[in-house]
Design a protein around this ligand. Structure first.
Ligand SMILES: *Cc1c(COP(=O)(O)O)cnc(C)c1O
Length: 369
């Protein structure tokens, strides 16, 4: 068998006729930038997540930076984030002029609230958990100390559309959050795309300006402030609106894949599996990724590759604080240890049950021999 870690072609070919029809329809209307498809998608996204507002942007990284700027984060501020994230989380903070402060990941691979609280200084203005792998952090713990120290919460929910903690959706716990529509994400488009969710009218209005050169959308509107060009293309929005209608079944399939991995691999003491989809009542995980910890990780990765199964070590194998060229000096030994063992197994919509059986058999064989 040949099972790629992620099959980009499949995302297009499996819906090819519908997608071409959407593109044709938008094209014939000349609807390319900030048209009704974008507005409709933003409304549906806000409704799906239970957020007051959703703003389409060019990508999640831009969205996060603009969210922080709209919330007033800037030079002199420190923002705490979890080192097990994409470098994009840190660069979004960095380009506001604030200092990104990485902290340890906990046993569930998400921001460790105890270590985060210990990193708070008089300059800390915000905490920015990454809702990694489709799981939402313990937001009670984070909100608890955010309130205590008077700091804001933002979320990198790039990987967490539809994920919930105690029934509340990722992306709705703080001032604002970003979501990514990169093609390999749970809700992907045909290129780059992202959104910001926010709860205040004030931040919403600022985001509308920031994404479009600071220009007011009112008739004859003036330039109100410095801004960027970071709009979500209308054709992408049209594709996303179409796919958002199927998102519940996408999430259900991903949870089913996680269930199969858990059933077939739970006996192996050499592995630490992610919490199961039915593990507790507080978390509803959407499994953007299936990230395990494995003894003899590199051997396992080779064994799977030799048998045609693609796997991936997230972020090229490095947490953000290990990018010393970016100026980080923190020592985060728990995260360093995690990165020696973490590996992502295929988790996507193209994988079938037989292929999952094959992968699990290979893993069983590896540890039995
Ligand atoms: C994908 C991802 C991003 C970046 O998203 P873009 O839309 O490519 O900018 C940021 N953070 C995390 C955790 C991601 O997984």
């Amino acid at each position: 068998m040949n099972i790629p870690f992620f099959d980009y072609k499949y995302t297009f070919i499996s819906e090819e006729d519908d997608l071409l029809e959407l593109i044709r329809d938008a094209g014939r209307r000349g609807a390319f930038i900030q048209q009704s498809d974008l507005e409709n998608f933003e409304q549906e996204l806000a409704r799906f997540t239970g957020s007051a507002f959703a703003v389409g942007v060019a990508n999640a990284t831009d969205g996060l930076r603009m969210a922080l700027m709209a919330g007033g984060i800037g030079p002199g501020d420190e923002v705490i984030f979890c080192s097990h994230t994409m470098v994009a989380t840190a660069s979004a903070i960095y380009f506001t002029g604030a200092r990104p402060v990485p902290v340890e990941a906990g046993p569930d691979h998400l921001l460790d609230p105890v270590k985060a609280e210990a990193a708070i200084t008089s300059r800390t203005r915000a905490i920015l958990p990454t809702q990694l792998n489709g799981r939402t952090a313990d937001m009670d713990a984070i909100a608890g100390f955010a309130r205590k120290y008077g700091i804001q919460i933002y979320e990198d929910a790039a990987q967490a559309l539809g994920s919930r903690f105690k029934g509340q959706m990722a992306g709705t716990f703080g001032e604002a959050a970003c979501i990514s529509f990169y093609p390999a994400k749970l809700l992907g488009c045909l290129g780059d795309g992202g959104a910001v969710l926010c709860r205040s009218e004030d931040i919403y209005q600022k985001l509308l300006l920031l994404r479009d050169h600071g220009r007011s959308s009112a008739d004859g509107g003036d330039v109100e402030r410095w801004g960027f060009n970071s709009r979500l293309d209308n054709i992408q929005a049209s594709v996303l609106l179409y796919r958002l209608k199927k998102v519940d079944s996408i999430i259900e399939r991903r949870r089913q894949v996680a269930r199969i991995y858990r059933t077939r691999l739970a006996n192996l003491e050499e592995l630490v599996l992610p919490p199961g989809p039915d593990g507790d009542d507080e978390h509803f995980d959407v499994f953007q990724n299936y990230e395990i910890e494995a003894k003899r990780r590199d051997g396992l990765k080779d064994h799977l590759a030799q048998n045609g199964v693609g796997t991936l070590i997230q972020w090229g194998g490095k947490p953000v604080h290990q990018f010393r060229k970016l100026g980080f000096t923190q020592d985060l030994p728990a995260t360093d240890r995690l990165f020696k063992h973490m590996l992502m197994l295929p988790m996507n919509m193209s994988i079938g049950d037989e292929e999952l059986e094959y992968i699990c058999d290979l893993i069983q064989d590896f540890y039995r021999s």
